[in-house]
Design a protein. Structure first.
Length: 298
């Protein structure tokens, strides 16, 4: 769902989110096995790379607005990452965490651009329709689907992080170090108390391993659920006048513009919050798997 669908600008019927609101992404005829969500993810990736390249191609001592914006974002994100994972780990994990945050944020907001979810193939003649969309058609396939509204994309992002987390943990602690850190006694225990509490720490370590196994699921479902629910909410508010039985087309048109508007701006905030939550949890997971740095509380 997007603002153009909300305002009902291009069609004589009310568009719906991804036609029938299916959970599965659709394959695009002109891109082979690529789905519309992968297509959007590629567009988002190219947009980010293009803008960063444009802003940093000619670095200047007195930066222009684009360079200044990119430097501000990098410095701000680096400071946040450093506060969580520590100064020793920050240079190693910052590229991963910053990439995840920026990609998810741009992908979330891209899903609110007019045309995403409503421009596609289908209609009565199964031909491409760009400005006259019959998204109630039985075989309507949108060209653009919000990348983070596809569980495959969010799960893939979570799995990329977890594989990177395994590698980072292995490089920092090694296999034996990770086992000791997870199952060994915590704090400055010594003597009889240390050995007496070892079964408890071992049991806690088993719980920690189980929680690690479920991290990709929790990360991906949280992001997917919030974004997909927001898209569905906007769709519902768009058709609210029709569902309430308001008879005139003019009143339905005005209602389709006004009813979703507060929720549209709310989704802008939700898109930011979900990107922050995903990246923040990734940073916390990295920090929890490492031993405290010097000067930190044990």
């Amino acid at each position: 769902m997007d603002l153009s669908a909300t305002c009902h600008l291009f069609s004589g019927v009310f568009p719906t989110f991804l036609a029938s609101g299916d959970l599965a992404a659709e394959k695009l005829p002109f891109l082979g096995w690529f789905t519309n969500s992968i297509f959007v993810a590629i567009i988002v990736l190219v947009m980010v790379l293009w803008f960063v390249r444009l802003a940093t191609r000619k670095m200047e001592l007195i930066p222009n607005r684009k360079q200044n914006f990119v430097e501000f974002v990098v410095e701000f994100l680096y400071g946040q990452v450093e506060q969580i994972v520590g100064s020793r780990l920050a240079p190693k994990v910052f590229p991963l965490l910053a990439t995840i945050f920026i990609f998810i944020l741009v992908a979330n907001w891209f899903g609110l651009i007019p045309g995403v979810g409503t421009i596609g193939f289908g209609g009565h003649d199964d031909m491409i329709a760009l400005f006259s969309i019959d998204s109630h058609a039985e075989h309507f396939t949108p060209i653009f689907r919000p990348a983070t509204a596809d569980l495959n994309m969010t799960l893939g992002t979570a799995m990329v992080f977890m594989l990177s987390w395994v590698w980072i943990t292995y490089r920092e602690l090694g296999v034996l170090g990770f086992v000791v850190h997870t199952f060994g006694p915590k704090g400055d225990l010594s003597g009889f108390l240390k050995y007496a509490l070892m079964p408890i720490f071992f049991f806690v370590g088993v719980i920690e391993i189980i929680s690690i196994m479920f991290r990709p699921i929790s990360l991906s479902f949280r992001l997917f659920g919030n974004i997909f629910a927001g898209e569905t909410l906007l769709h519902t508010m768009t058709e609210l006048a029709e569902l309430l039985g308001i008879p005139t087309k003019a009143a339905q048109f005005i209602s389709s513009c006004l009813f979703p508007l507060p929720f549209y701006f709310m989704e802008i905030l939700v898109g930011l919050l979900q990107a922050v939550v995903f990246a923040l949890l990734c940073a916390v997971y990295v920090r929890l798997s490492m031993a405290p740095e010097e000067g930190e509380a044990h």
